[in-house]
Design a protein around this ligand. Structure first.
Ligand code: SF4
Length: 351
C-alpha cells in the first residue's frame, strides 16, 4: 500500500518538535518573509537550519513556504531571500505565484515544487498545466470534491495533497479582500486580520450610532464565519480517491492543536481500510472535538451548496494543561511547561 503523508504545521520550533514526536511525515513552515502567515512566530534562518536538520534526523520531510504573491517592488527582495535560503536543504518549497517559481528555478535550488491551494486548482487540465511548469505536487483547492479528485488522479497520476483539518475561508481558496478593505492588512500577503470572524451589527442609515445586535447565539454573531474542516470520517473515501497527502491547517494554532491533530490523523491513515478504523473513529472524533474549534464540516463543497453558514460559536471543551519537558515518567519530580493555570485536581482556564 502506498504511503500517505500527514503534512503538519509548525509556526515555531516547539511545534516542529511536537510535529516530529506525534508522527508528521512532512512539516511545513515559513521564514521571516514571503509566506502566508506573517503574524506567526515563523523561523529565523538559524531555526530553519536547525528545523531541517532535526526533521532529517527523524526521517521527516520539510516543506518551506514561499507562497505569498509578489508585487513588482517585492521581486528584488524575494530574489535575495531565495539566495539566502536556497542552500538550507528543504525537501520541497510551496509556491503560489508563478513569478516566485521563476525566481526559484533561476536560483538553482534543489527542492521539489509544491503548488499552493491558493492557485485554486480544481481540474485535471490545470493540474497538467502546473506539472508541465515543474510542480511535482499539487495542493488542490479546498472546494474540490472526492469525486473530482478521483478524476484528476485518473487523468494525471499527479501527487495530490488536500486539506484534511482546520480553518476554512468563506472566500474562494482564501482569495479575499475583506481584511485589506477593513483593516489594511492583506490576506494575500499573509497578513489576514480575519474580519470574517468579527462580530457585526446592523445600523439603519438615518440613525447613525444606533447599532442593533444581530443575535445568532449567546455570544452574538459571526455572520461571515465558516465552519472548520474535519475530514476524519471521510478519510477512507479520500484515500480511495487517490489522495497522497493530507494537510493539517494551523501554523498559528496552539501546540496542542498541532500535536493532537497530527497524532490522530496519522493513526487514522495507518488503520484506513481495516475494521479497526471504524472501531477507533468515535475516539478520534472525540479527540478532535477537544481542540478548540468552530463546528466541523466534512464537506466544504456541499457546505456552500446548502448555504450552511449559520451563526457559529467557538467550541472549547478542554484546556491544554501542559507537557512534561524534563524528567522521566518514573522520576519523583518532573518539570512541566504549563499553558493554562493548573491547580491541584483541576485545570482552570481564563483566570
Ligand atoms: S478574512 Fe476570512 S475569508 Fe478572508 S482571507 Fe481572512 S480568514 Fe479567509
Amino acid at each position: 500500500m502506498k504511503k500517505i503523508e500527514i503534512v503538519s504545521p509548525a509556526g515555531n520550533m516547539e511545534k516542529l518538535r511536537f510535529g516530529i514526536k506525534y508522527g508528521a511525515d512532512n512539516i511545513y513552515f515559513g521564514g521571516s518573509d514571503f509566506n502566508l502567515r506573517v503574524q506567526a512566530d515563523n523561523f529565523t534562518n538559524d531555526d530553519l537550519r536547525e528545523g531541517v536538520a532535526l526533521c532529517r534526523q527523524n526521517g521527516v520531510k520539510t516543506t518551506f513556504l514561499l507562497n505569498s504573491y509578489l508585487h513588482e517592488e517585492d521581486i528584488k527582495n524575494a530574489e535575495s531571500y531565495i539566495e539566502m535560503i536556497a542552500g538550507i536543504g528543504f525537501d520541497s518549497v510551496m509556491v503560489s505565484d508563478p513569478g516566485m517559481m521563476i525566481l526559484l528555478k533561476g536560483s538553482g535550488i534543489k527542492a521539489d515544487f509544491h503548488l499552493s491551494t491558493q492557485m485554486n486548482v480544481l481540474n485535471h487540465l490545470a493540474v497538467k498545466f502546473w506539472m508541465d511548469a515543474g510542480f511535482s505536487r499539487i495542493v488542490l483547492a479546498r472546494e474540490t470534491s472526492a469525486e473530482e479528485i478521483k478524476m484528476i488522479k485518473h487523468h494525471t497520476g499527479a501527487e495530490i495533497e488536500v486539506f484534511a483539518h482546520g480553518a476554512l475561508c468563506i472566500a474562494y481558496s482564501g482569495r479575499c479582500l475583506l481584511s485589506r478593505f477593513l483593516s489594511g492588512r492583506d490576506a494575500n500577503s499573509g497578513d489576514c486580520s480575519q474580519p470574517c470572524r468579527w462580530k457585526y451589527s446592523l445600523m439603519e442609515e438615518k440613525r447613525p450610532g444606533n447599532y442593533l445586535d444581530i443575535i445568532e447565539h449567546a455570544r452574538g454573531t459571526e455572520i461571515l464565519s465558516s465552519k472548520d474542516l474535519c475530514l476524519m470520517d471521510r478519510l477512507e473515501e479520500y484515500i480511495d480517491a487517490g489522495v497522497d497527502a493530507f494537510k493539517i491547517e494551523g501554523r498559528m494554532k496552539s501546540l496542542y492543536h498541532c500535536a493532537n491533530t497530527t497524532r490522530v490523523y496519522k493513526h487514522a491513515v495507518k488503520l484506513a481500510g481495516t475494521l479497526e478504523f471504524n472501531e477507533k473513529l468515535p475516539f478520534w472524533l472525540e479527540e478532535l472535538d477537544l481542540i478548540s474549534h468552530r463546528p466541523y464540516t466534512n464537506d466544504l463543497f456541499n457546505e456552500f451548496g446548502e448555504l450552511g453558514f449559520h451563526g457559529i460559536p467557538y467550541i472549547k471543551k478542554a484546556s491544554f494543561a501542559g507537557y512534561r519537558y524534563d524528567g522521566s515518567y518514573a522520576a519523583e519530580e518532573i518539570k512541566v511547561k504549563t499553558f493554562n493555570p493548573v491547580y491541584k485536581d483541576e485545570v482552570f482556564d481564563g483566570i
